[in-house]
Design a protein around this ligand. Structure first.
Ligand code: NAD
Length: 498
């Protein structure tokens, strides 16, 4: 069986000592194995990145940008291969994988603007004959640790901008679907990146810890579940590293009685069940104001959900594919059952769907649960599956209170025709990314992405302008070239301009 290796100093290597199985979730088969990097492989990756750093930091930004431009071209030319790899190991159907890739490419396009993004700030004559400027210098070797649900897009949130800023990178992808991530990193190499600037080490918790404890790593970007994000943030910070750690979510939509219900239904279907609900911005709870609105919404959802197709990634007629593993499918089913046991009503039951020809795959069908209460386990936990829960409320303020009280604060959305209500909502909701009649308000590449509360640990969000700030540090230089005109006498007081 083929083993997926590591990208070190421009070459793919495999150790062959220890590995983990990689599945095709659409069929349930084990298709490949991924090598687990030993401590010495992690050491090699960091050493090679460190060795590549001095020349790379001094490479003019316009040259770095040209490599990113070539990278965009290669990503577009290889889109079919990339999406096949995503589908085989993640289970994402083709048009969803294409969307993931396109969103990833937009981050590389943003990185192409690096000469402009690094221009800095300059003030002439802060004092007589004195000029001052701030510039943004790279950090050195930085690391990224990424989740399974966007094996291409989330790594592309990190390393294009980090590398364009002049850093060298070590990436630890998810061990569940590492092939597309490795393939894309090789395309960057092919685009002309010097060896050692970009490295990939595969593995699990031990590999991550080796990176977190390595003295030559200056900063860590993490995207994954909240418990891991919190522990990574604590460990990286304790080791003196800059860290941004993006965690899990429980994204609520609010439907007000004046909303365009047909539009809300279409948007909710895509945002709740697209990618099997395995998106950190998936809408998994809909809080509906008033029983009449809730009854109407559920009726319309139910009618549309009958038409939804769950199945293998390779069939583009399917609306979404399997979840990532058998263990995860069982967890999703258990949470649906727990809601039922605790008094909620399963209106559409997606447990154990019949997927013809693929019954060994890890499938959960679209599920709708009504009468969910905030005390239920299924409400409190991130399910990360194709499950939409309805919480009935009497008012918009009650809906907002629920959202504000929830431990997560990644994304949210309101469906309404009332501009005043929408404005109040976006002003007062304690969530980092807000949609108004937009169900998946994932910021575009030239904004930045970050949740609030326990969905995010750190200060600077991912990608966009915050990405540039995260992967650089400011240096401010104050300069005078003494001349007869501006030569000053000795002074022991704080320099000021009078
Ligand atoms: P995960 O936390 O299990 O794994 C993420 C990464 O951390 C992987 O590379 C994994 O190998 C590593 N890891 C796992 N356990 C570890 C440990 N104990 N110590 C050190 N490293 C460890 O997450 P996942 O299941 O791959 O991804 C799904 C989660 O990611 C969901 O909670 C989802 O909401 C979240 N997510 C968040 C965002 C965001 O932007 N906020 C984006 C995508 C996914």
């Amino acid at each position: 069986m083929q083993t997926i290796g590591h990208l070190i100093n421009g070459a793919v290597i495999t150790e062959g000592a220890a590995s983990l199985p990689v599945y095709n979730p659409s069929t349930g088969e084990t298709t490949t194995a991924v090598d687990i990097a030993s401590p010495s492989t992690v050491e090699q990756a960091v050493l090679k990145a460190k060795a590549a750093y001095p020349a790379w930091r001094d490479t003019p930004p316009i040259r770095r940008a040209r490599i990113m431009q070539k990278f965009v071209q290669l990503l577009e030319e290889n889109a079919d291969t990339i999406c096949d790899l995503i589908g085989q190991e993640h289970g994402k159907i083709r048009h969803d994988a294409m969307g993931e890739l396109q969103r990833g490419i937009e981050n590389v396009e943003y990185a192409c603007g690096i000469p402009n993004l690094l221009k800095g700030e300059h003030t002439r004559n802060v004092g007589p004959g004195i000029d001052a400027w701030s510039e943004f210098q790279p950090l050195g070797v930085v690391a990224g640790i990424t989740p399974f649900n966007f094996p291409v897009m989330v790594p592309l949130w990190m390393y294009p901008i980090a590398i364009a800023c002049g850093n060298c990178f070590v990436l630890k992808p998810s061990e569940r679907d590492p092939s597309s991530t490795l393939f894309v990193a090789q395309l960057l190499q092919e685009a002309g990146l010097p060896a050692g600037v970009m490295n990939v080490v595969n593995g699990d918790k031990a590999t991550v810890n080796a990176l977190l404890d390595h003295p030559d790593i200056s900063a860590v970007s993490f995207v994954g579940s909240t418990p891991v994000a919190e522990s990574i943030y604590a460990r990286a910070s304790a080791n003196g590293k800059r860290c941004q750690a993006l965690g899990g979510a429980k994204n609520h939509a609010i439907v007000l009685p004046d909303a365009d219900l047909d539009n809300a239904v279409s948007q909710l279907l895509g945002a709740a069940f697209g990618s099997s609900g395995e998106r950190c911005m998936a809408l998994s709870v809909v809080t509906v104001v008033g029983d009449q609105t809730a009854d109407a919404l559920i009726e319309k959802l139910q009618a549309k959900m009958v038409e939804l197709r769950v199945g293998a990634y390779s069939d583009n007629n399917n609306d979404f594919g399997p979840v990532i593993t058998a263990a995860h499918r069982n967890r999703v089913n258990t949470l649906i059952t727990s809601a039922e046991t605790q008094g909620a009503k399963v209106v559409v039951d997606g447990r154990n769907p019949d997927v013809e020809g693929h019954n060994e795959g890890f499938y959960v069908g679209a599920t709708l649960i009504d009468a969910v209460q905030p005390t239920m386990e299924s409400y409190q936990q991130e399910i990360f599956g194709p499950v939409l829960q309805v919480v009935r409320v009497a008012s918009m303020s009650q809906a907002m209170q629920l959202i504000n009280d929830h431990e997560y604060g990644n994304g949210t959305c309101i469906f309404t025709r009332d501009g005043e209500a929408a404005r109040y909502f976006s002003d007062h909701i304690e969530v980092g990314m807000v949609g108004i009649n937009v169900p998946l308000p994932v910021p575009v590449a030239y904004h930045s992405f970050g949740g609030w509360k326990r969905s995010f640990f750190g200060d600077l969000s991912a990608y966009g302008p915050d990405g540039v700030r995260f992967y650089t540090r400011r240096k401010t230089i104050t300069q005078r070239w003494p001349s007869d005109a501006v030569r000053e006498n000795v002074s022991f007081s704080m320099p000021v301009m009078k």
